[in-house]
Each structure stands twice: as C-alpha cells, then as structure tokens.
Ligand binder design. Structure first.
Ligand SMILES: O=C(O)CCC(=O)C(=O)O
Length: 342
C-alpha cells in the first residue's frame, strides 16, 4: 500500500475535536489510518495538497460566516428557490445519474429525488422526526442566485482570499459549484470518486469521511461508466460480497471526522465514503468543487493511478458509443481479453 505523509497509524492518539465519540461511528471490516489535521500555514499542508493527498485544515475560516447556519436561519433567509431533496427508507444514499437511467432499464434507484421549497423540507424533516419514522431525507442543492440577501452576505464573507490562492497555486480550473448538503444523523453517502478537486467545508454536526486513493481502484469495483451509478463502488461496505468482489479484502482507508470549521481536501479521483455521525443531529456542509489542472503537455511515465482511471473511463465511453449499446461493452471486453493476457 502506498504511504503518504498525511496518513497516521490509527492506533496513534488523534488530535480530536470534542463533540463526538467512537460509538457514533458505523463498523466496517477494513483497516483505516487517520488523515492529518493541520493548520493552513503548516508547510506540510501545502506539500499534501500539491501531491493530491487528503488533509483536514482546521483554521482556514473558509466558511466562517456560515457557522451560525441552522435550519431556522436557513429557512428564514435562503429564499424561495427549489431544493433537491432525496428520500430513502435506508440510511444509504447511493448517488445515481438520472440521465443514464435509460442505459440500464432494470435499474431501480433506492432513493427518490423531489424538488421542494426549503420550508417544505424543514416541515417534512420535523414530521419524520416527530413520528419516529424510518424515512430519511438528504438535501443536496447547488447554491445559486435564488438565495436571500443574508445568505449572499455570508457567502461573500467566505475566505475567498485563501481559497482563490489555493486555486492559483495548484493551477486548478474554475470553481464549478458549491453544493449545500443537509443530512439527517446517520445518513451515508457510499464510496464514490469525483472528477473534480474538492474542499469540503463542514458547518454543523460531524461527518466521518473515509477516503481511498485511486491506486485502490481494483479493490472498489465501480459500476460501469454508462451505468447510472458510474463512479460509485458496487461494494456494500456493511455486507461485502467477497466472492464477487474479492479484492475488497485488501482495501485500506484513510479517515477523519470533520466538525464545524474543518475543511477536508478531497483530491480528484480519490474515493470517499461519508457518514453523518449516528445520534449526532442534523449535519450541514458546503463543498467547493474545482476543475482539475489541465493535462500536462508532456506525459510522464509510468502513468499515475488517476491517469489510468481516466484512460479506462475513456475506453469504456468510446466502446459504448461505437457499439451503440452500453450494455454490450462488458461482454465485448471479456471476449477481447479472455485467455490472452493471463
Ligand atoms: O457529504 C456527503 O454526504 C457527500 C459529499 C460528497 O460526496 C462530495 O462532496 O463530493
């Protein structure tokens, strides 16, 4: 397993912010090491980000004005726009791309998306909590220009000075979006990777983030590229099917629990599983997604793991298009390699 300086043995005492305990964490059958918590001025921070390795930054003040956000404040000030709210009967919110649903007609998502006003979301949430219902909600909405004046003022007060400098220093492309996530305690976003750089800013409650480097692609078995769950792992962490996914036995995670004011750098192509702590109340997060740096003109060999992932994705995409039917990609790849590359 490749080491990186941001990882520490989980047996070492972790500089832990108060406010949560191990009993609030779900159990998974794989080892993890801790991601370092550092101050933004620490030279190790820059080295980690430059190397595209995760780190928790404790003092960026990135979303300082938002640390006062709670459901009441947001309901009063977030405006009358529409919000995407996912609901599910399980704590797992496996992401799916609705545009790809036509490619896999038998796919039945386990969560539903509904558009609603913020007030309706809060009402629904409180009703579920009052009834003690099993139903769970997860609001996931890109911040846009429908938000009210006070939210605009808070947003303008984010530490753009620090984050813009990061963007320039690492040659990242534009900020593509800020996703606002409001989750119920215990909600889980199963492991997946994104094709963007991410500063994940925690505002309210605690989230446990387990990351895996792109080198562990073979352990995590992503869905096919044309599947609605593209970029998501097929492995159910709570009940892994080792016959189907034998390399999952070798997976090793890097983890951190982030709380209000913490910012986790999730490098592009790093897998991440994220859970709102059990019995920890509602969580609020805003992320900052940036396009990665442009592909270097001179490619250096051997290729890095994330570059191989990008190549595999392109091959899968092209084959799907050439065959006119994404579901034929798997059988074709099998026929192509069977018995030839052993
Ligand atoms: O916080 C979550 O539940 C998921 C967030 C996520 O996957 C992301 O920011 O990329």
């Amino acid at each position: 397993m490749a080491e990186f300086p941001g990882a520490e043995e989980s047996s070492e005492p972790e500089p832990r912010s108060p406010g949560w305990s191990d009993s609030q964490l779900r159990y998974y059958p794989f080892p993890t090491r801790s991601i370092q918590r550092l101050q933004h001025g620490d030279p190790r921070t820059e080295a980690l980000i430059l190397n595209e390795e995760p780190v928790v930054l404790t003092d960026t003040n990135l979303v300082y004005p938002a640390l006062k956000w709670d459901l009441d404040y947001l309901q009063e000030n977030i405006g009358n726009g529409d919000f995407s709210v996912y609901s599910a009967n399980s704590h797992k919110f496996l992401y799916y791309d609705e545009k790809k649903m036509g490619n896999f007609k038998n796919f039945k998502p386990k969560s539903r998306r509904e558009e609603m006003k913020f007030g309706e979301f809060v009402e629904k949430l409180r009703d579920i909590q009052q009834r003690g219902s099993e139903e769970r909600l997860y609001l996931q909405q890109t911040l846009n220009d429908t938000v009210g004046r006070k939210i605009v003022v808070d947003f303008l007060g984010f530490n753009w000075n620090w984050i813009n400098k990061q963007q320039v220093k690492h040659d990242w492309g534009q900020l593509t979006s800020n996703l606002l996530l409001i989750g119920m305690e215990g909600n889980v976003t199963p492991a997946h990777y994104d094709e963007q750089q991410n500063f994940f800013a925690q505002i309210k409650g605690y989230k446990r983030c387990i990351l895996f480097p792109p080198e562990q692609f073979e352990c995590l078995y992503p869905y096919p590229v044309h599947h609605p769950c593209d970029r998501q792992s097929q492995v159910d962490f709570e009940n892994p099917d080792y016959e189907k996914f034998p390399n999952f036995r070798n997976v090793v995670g890097y983890e951190a629990v982030v709380g209000p004011g913490d910012v986790l750098y999730i490098p592009m192509y790093w897998w991440h599983h994220i859970e709102s702590l059990m019995d920890g109340g509602t969580t609020i997060t805003v992320n900052f997604w940036y396009k990665g740096a442009p592909t270097p003109k001179r490619i250096e060999y051997p290729l890095k793991a994330h570059q191989k992932v990008a190549i595999m994705r392109n091959i899968e995409k092209m084959l799907g298009e050439a065959l006119g039917n994404p579901q034929e990609v798997g059988p074709l790849l099998n026929t192509m390699i069977k018995g030839r590359y052993e």
